[in-house]
Design a protein around this ligand. Structure first.
Ligand code: MG
Length: 258
């Protein structure tokens, strides 16, 4: 299993393999080379403190709603018969450490910590049994949601599509057993969400098959697999940490938009 981060040093952006302590091991100019693990002529020296970016820049972020039994219960919803999917715009993407900006039009913005999949190759109409061949790896997403707007409009596009509402990263791990890991969300250190990632109603191969039957998935596209129970509000000055075993911690401060 490799741990990959996208980092920026000055004006240069590169993909690095990092060790368990996030120290750079190797460096590549493209994510394809990083995933292939090609030998690199470029030493990673100097990149120790480079700014960590979201690991990919997706053409689309496909999210799954109500994919944990306990979250469906807390929202007072029936279990869905098929995955409930929606899109977040690529412009909602936020790098680790950058501020989630609370829009003036919402008074109730929630965190939703989620396990996210990154797609490796262009694909459509993938069969579930082949689906994992199209997964580059796994990372962490916070599906930030303006809950009041979501409830009022009954639609997800605006409520979940604000700029900065898709924090992603910091690390892409190329191999993971989702059934063997757990997710935790803390706000200012206080535990808000905690679940095994094995509580998914629709497992990852079924999600890839269902989504790719409708839309072609491109390299770097993100599928966020849904949030467990315990969603709740975030406020100006908070810090939200989403942690997944074997991946790491995605941390973002929260600020009122200027
Ligand atoms: Mg969600």
């Amino acid at each position: 299993m490799a741990r990959i981060q996208r980092r920026q040093l000055g004006r240069r952006i590169a993909w690095l393999e990092v060790d368990a302590d996030d120290a750079p091991v190797s460096i590549w100019d493209t994510i394809d080379d990083a995933l292939a693990g090609l030998p690199t002529p470029i030493p990673a020296a100097g990149w120790e403190h480079a700014r960590v970016l979201a690991p990919v820049t997706p053409s689309k972020i496909v999210c799954v709603g109500l994919n944990y039994h306990a979250h469906a219960r807390e929202m007072g919803r029936e279990l869905p018969e098929e995955p409930l999917i929606f899109l977040k715009p690529s412009t909602a993407l936020l790098d680790p450490g950058m501020s989630i900006e609370l829009p003036p039009s919402s008074q109730n913005v929630h965190h939703e910590g989620e396990l996210a999949i990154v797609i490796s190759k262009r694909c459509s109409r993938v069969r579930a049994e082949d689906a994992l061949n199209y997964v580059a790896g796994y990372t962490i997403m916070n599906d930030v949601t303006a809950r009041d707007i979501q409830k009022r409009e009954g639609r997800y596009t605006r409520a979940k599509g604000f700029d900065t509402f898709a924090p992603l990263g910091p690390t892409l791990v190329t191999d993971l057993d989702p059934d063997a890991v757990s997710i935790e969300v803390r706000v200012n250190g206080e535990l808000r969400q905690q679940s095994s990632c094995s509580d998914l109603i629709f497992p990852i191969p079924a999600l890839i098959a269902f989504i790719s039957e409708a839309m072609t998935l491109l390299p770097g596209d993100v599928i966020s697999t849904g949030t467990p129970s315990g969603v709740g509000p975030i406020s100006d000055g908070d810090t939200v940490d989403v942690s997944i075993t074997s991946i790491g911690r995605l941390s973002n401060p929260v600020s009122a938009s200027a």
